[in-house]
Design a protein around this ligand. Structure first.
Ligand code: FAD
Length: 362
């Protein structure tokens, strides 16, 4: 293995959707010497396991700060996807059909009514549909459907194509990429970051971004300012083959979701489990996912299962992402804890972190 580059203007730790988006945003802002360090291969962890839904409105109970940021990031997607296509020729399959949220029980119906009421009052884009209207849009939905919401702006992206496009883009933009290389600790002197110690030697740098997903808090830093605690929350997925596709919309219920892909895959998800770092698929997990997907659309019962997988969502103690400079250590930035929304929040995280770094270097 070739020896590692000894210095960089910025080191980004982690090559998931967050690290890749930040490295690209830095290069686009004119930072010339960016080095991205990835323990394994680019884009093979949580970002690869995700369903690619960009749904700030579907699950929101209130218009808080997180909700506003999530909508802002979603609304960056059309330009983000178009730019990636121009840079790399890769179509990330941003599908703007929208999302249906089904009420399948009386309790679900009360919940969707509440969501409709507050989002209408807030002037957001949302429609309430009768069963007939919902079935006209998607004939596959269950006979048990009592009503539905349609979120025209909550859309989806093919996250694996997104990762390929980002990897391609950062290479073209001249970002140095060190894969199969683990960052073990930060080099810190007198309250300033000076670089990172990796499994292949040190890289000196005045600026380091920790974007290592659920493994972020394993990176050793100064004892008085550890990386915020991030825990893994396992999510399992089932992939069915649907040719022809059974739905055009992403269809959501309070218990599960199905996501149609252009190539005939139909993703069904997911679970939310505190199972440590065991990234495995379980019989119980798959049974629950299939039960919830069939509740949405009994028509999928006959479809072949063609794949299953699991990933580890990075969750901070309060469930909110940790994005921004470390107050105790100069030159250190965090971009982690994106939990259930890392694909959604990637473009905005890239913008916020790259802007903060560039202005801190002036
Ligand atoms: C089943 C499932 C479904 C999901 N669905 C959605 C969805 O529909 N929409 C959505 O927005 N989000 C979704 N998510 C959440 C989303 O996948 C994550 O929030 C997002 O991928 C986090 O990105 P990341 O780059 O921080 O982490 P990761 O993709 O996990 O990347 C972190 C990278 O850091 C590397 N790394 C770790 N430690 C080190 C080290 N010491 N040195 C070097 N490299 C290191 C890892 O190898 C890894 O490649 C889903 C997640 C799961 C599991």
């Amino acid at each position: 293995m070739a020896s590692i580059k000894g210095s960089a203007d910025v080191v980004v730790v982690g090559g998931g959707v967050i690290g890749l988006t930040i490295a690209r945003a830095l290069a686009l802002r004119g930072v010339r010497d960016v080095c991205l360090v990835e323990r394994g291969s680019l884009g093979t962890e949580a970002s690869f396991a995700a369903a690619g839904m960009l749904l700030p409105q579907v699950e929101a109970d209130a218009q808080d700060e997180f909700f506003n940021l999530a909508c802002q990031s979603r609304d960056l997607y059309p330009a983000f996807a178009a730019a990636l296509r121009d840079e790399t020729g890769i179509d990330v399959e941003l599908d703007t059909t929208g999302t249906l949220y089904l009420a399948l029980t009386d309790h679900d119906y009360e919940e969707i009514k509440k969501r409709y009421d507050w989002q209408t009052r807030a002037g957001l884009s949302i429609e309430i549909l009768s069963v007939e209207q919902a079935r006209e849009l998607e004939p596959c939905i269950s006979e048990a459907t009592l009503g539905a919401l349609r979120f025209p702006k909550d859309i989806q992206v093919e996250n694996r194509r997104l990762l390929s496009a980002l990897a391609n883009s950062v290479k073209k933009l001249g970002v140095e990429i060190a894969t199969q290389t683990s960052v073990d600790s930060l080099i810190i002197e007198e309250g300033h970051v000076r670089g990172v110690q990796t499994s292949r030697g040190a890289i000196s740098s005045p600026t380091v971004v920790i974007a290592a997903g659920t493994w972020s808090s394993f990176i050793k830093t100064a004892p008085q300012s550890p990386v915020p605690a991030i825990e893994p929350v396992r999510g399992q997925m089932v992939c069915l083959e649907a040719k022809p596709q059974v739905t055009r919309h992403v269809i959501y219920s309070p218990r599960g979701y199905i996501v149609p892909r252009q190539d005939g895959r139909l993703l069904a998800g997911s679970t939310s489990e505190h199972a440590g770092f065991a990234k495995c698929v379980t019989a119980g997990g798959i049974a629950t996912i299939l039960q919830n997907a069939i509740e949405i659309s009994p028509a999928i019962s006959d479809l072949p299962v063609i794949d299953t997988w699991a990933g580890l969502r990075p969750r901070a103690a309060d469930g909110l992402p940790v994005i921004g400079p470390c107050v105790e250590i100069d030159g250190l930035f965090y971009a982690t804890g994106h939990y259930r929304n890392g694909i959604l929040l990637a473009p905005l995280t890239g913008e916020l972190i790259s802007k903060a770094i560039v202005s801190s270097q002036r």
